[in-house]
Design a binder for this molecule. Structure first.
Ligand code: A3P
Length: 297
């Protein structure tokens, strides 16, 4: 089951020059980034965010374009706010998993700030596997059940996991389309693995890009708030309401949004054959690019 989205309409979305867009391939640390950006924007005020859903702070653009029934459902689960995009306070904050050619065309004309977060494809595939399993467990036949990781990996390589990668984008197309623009003034290209290694520096570079000045104490406060352990106990970042209501699971034990949070966890899932197959594709995907991702630290 995939989200049915009117891509032509999304393409016509009116972009404001002072909007901020958080873009990513699914399962690349988007929720983590949402929390970091929300706190940078409000100067590290954790209390202000406590009762607001993470998806209200930063609105997933494509969710505004689902059919009415789906949108009502997404709203009731806190995955999208009931808002008029023209009445949002400035700067408007949006996220999207859509691939480059399906995003609003005005992104390239109005040049708002774009933050792109990339994560190594092997850990992304494993994270997709767990998310897909949660969906299949909750919704049954509507979502493909993968008996084993190798089966999902084949679909990941072929860009065929519509429940999670609902625009059927290839990881490499998605990431490379922004990697090639990484030196544009309005683009900040980040890697999940760099944030894992030094979240304080990540917070500082995002703040600088967004034109915010944070003192050391505020940087530390934000870093502490967005640590994996703290996000693991925070209903906002776990999307607890959605997990309990829709996925029927205990978010403190298995939220797909804050699950393991490691670099290199793929090694527990890839067989030797999986790895060889994947590496062959990966080499071909990146043969003309200088992008390097860390698969372990
Ligand atoms: P894993 O499933 O590998 O653990 P998204 O928000 O784009 O769906 O990404 C989810 C992934 O980001 C999950 O990866 C999740 O654990 C990880 N993540 C969430 N919060 C994190 C944090 N504070 N530190 C590190 N990883 C985090």
């Amino acid at each position: 089951m995939a989200l049915q989205l009117p891509f032509d309409k999304i393409g016509e979305f009116e972009v404001y020059p002072d909007d901020i867009y958080l873009l990513s391939f699914s399962k690349s640390g988007t929720t983590w980034m949402k929390e970091i950006i929300s706190l940078i924007q409000n100067g590290g005020n954790r209390d202000e965010l406590r009762d607001i859903s993470v998806d209200t702070s930063i609105v997933q653009l494509e969710f505004l374009y689902t059919d009415e029934r789906t949108r009502t459902r997404l709203q009731s689960l806190g995955l999208v706010p009931n808002i008029n995009v023209h009445e949002m306070t400035s700067p408007r904050l949006f996220s999207s998993h859509l691939r480059h050619d399906l995003l609003p065309k005005q992104l390239h004309e109005k040049k708002p700030k774009v933050i792109y977060i990339a994560r190594n494809a092997k850990d992304v595939a494993v994270s997709c596997y767990h998310h897909q399993r949660s969906l299949a467990k909750a919704y049954g036949k509507a979502f493909k059940t993968y008996e084993c990781f190798s089966e999902l990996l084949t679909d990941f390589i072929d860009a065929k996991i519509p429940a999670i990668v609902y625009d059927n984008s290839y990881w490499h197309d998605h990431v490379l389309s922004w990697w090639t623009r990484r030196n544009d003034e309005n683009i900040l290209f980040l890697k999940y693995e760099d944030l894992i290694q030094n979240v304080n520096d990540g917070i500082k570079s995002i703040a600088k890009f967004l034109g915010k000045t944070l003192d050391e104490e505020t940087v530390k406060t934000i870093a502490n708030h967005v640590s994996f352990d703290n996000m693991k106990t925070n209903p906002r970042t776990l999307r607890s309401f959605y997990c309990t209501q829709a996925l029927k699971l205990d978010p403190t034990k298995e939220s797909p949004f804050v699950r393991r949070g490691k670099v290199g966890g793929w090694k527990d899932y890839f067989s030797v054959d999986d790895n060889a197959t994947f590496d062959t594709h990966y080499k071909r995907w990146l043969k003309d690019s200088d992008l390097e991702m860390n698969f372990e630290l």
